[in-house]
Design a protein around this ligand. Structure first.
Ligand code: PGA
Length: 244
């Protein structure tokens, strides 16, 4: 299982350091990989606090150009420079509030791959789309527009995050997670047959629901609010690790 904690716009450096240090001391079950995705500003401090631990770290976004006149942006080589292993691409909050499109997300993926950072492509449908049977059409378009014809390497991570489940306390049924994951893997494999796709589920994951959400074809979780609390994040790590 791969469990990534997306801190979003939370924690100052002063809050992030002791948190990461405590996290680095928890016992991680065999076969479980943990990563944290702090805001840009605390990435270096978190990297230092995690030194010598098995916990990886990464960013929540990047710009697709390596450098240049892009005020306020951070590029993939800058993230690689401080040792980021992961970077989210196309989180629904970025699509919704910052105008990211499948085309710009694709450019970010290309840049991340060029700098040996593993992109975590985030996809998901809205409630209206699910209720009107458009889920697979939406996911299919998000996947094909972002990865078709790219050389993704031997492994690539997709996070399936239904928009209606993010931060709401609502979660799909385990059957819905399993069926959607199967479709995602099928679609992606058709586009990039040489790549092994890992699918994480994200959206209101907590210590109580993670065990049933860890259906057979799910490879891990992308956790938002529950990753901000050590006890809640640890509960997720412990309660789903025996699944895989
Ligand atoms: P949540 O967020 O766990 O708070 O629902 C998940 C995410 O947005 O990645």
């Amino acid at each position: 299982m791969l469990i990534l904690g997306n801190w979003k716009m939370n924690k100052t450096i002063a809050e992030a350091i002791p948190f990461a240090f405590e996290l680095s001391r928890i016992k991680i079950p065999k076969g479980t990989n943990i990563g944290v995705l702090p805001p840009f500003l605390s990435l270096s401090a978190v990297a230092k606090a995690l030194e010598g631990s098995e916990i990886s770290f990464g960013a929540q976004n990047c710009h697709h150009e390596d450098s240049g006149a892009y005020t306020g942006e951070v590029s993939a080589p800058m993230l690689a420079d401080i040792g980021c292993k992961w970077c989210l691409a196309g989180h629904s909050e970025r699509r919704q509030y910052f105008g990211e499109t499948n085309e710009t997300i694709r450019q970010k993926i290309v840049s991340l791959l060029r700098h040996s950072i593993s992109p975590v492509l985030c996809i998901g449908e809205s409630l209206i789309e699910r209720n009107t049977d458009r889920t697979y059409a939406v996911l299919s378009s998000q996947i094909s527009k972002t990865i078709s014809d790219l050389d993704l390497g031997h492994e690539f991570v997709i996070a399936y995050e239904p928009i209606w489940a993010i931060g709401t306390g609502l979660v799909p049924t385990p059957k819905q997670v399993s069926e959607t994951t199967e479709v995602i893997k099928e679609l992606a494999t058709k586009l990039c047959p040489n790549t092994n796709f890992k699918v994480l589920y994200g959206g209101s994951v907590d210590g109580a629901n993670c065990h049933e959400l860890a259906v057979d074809n799910i490879d891990g979780f992308l956790v938002g609010s529950a990753s901000l609390s050590l006890s809640k994040f640890e509960a997720i790590i412990n309660n789903c690790s025996n699944k895989r």
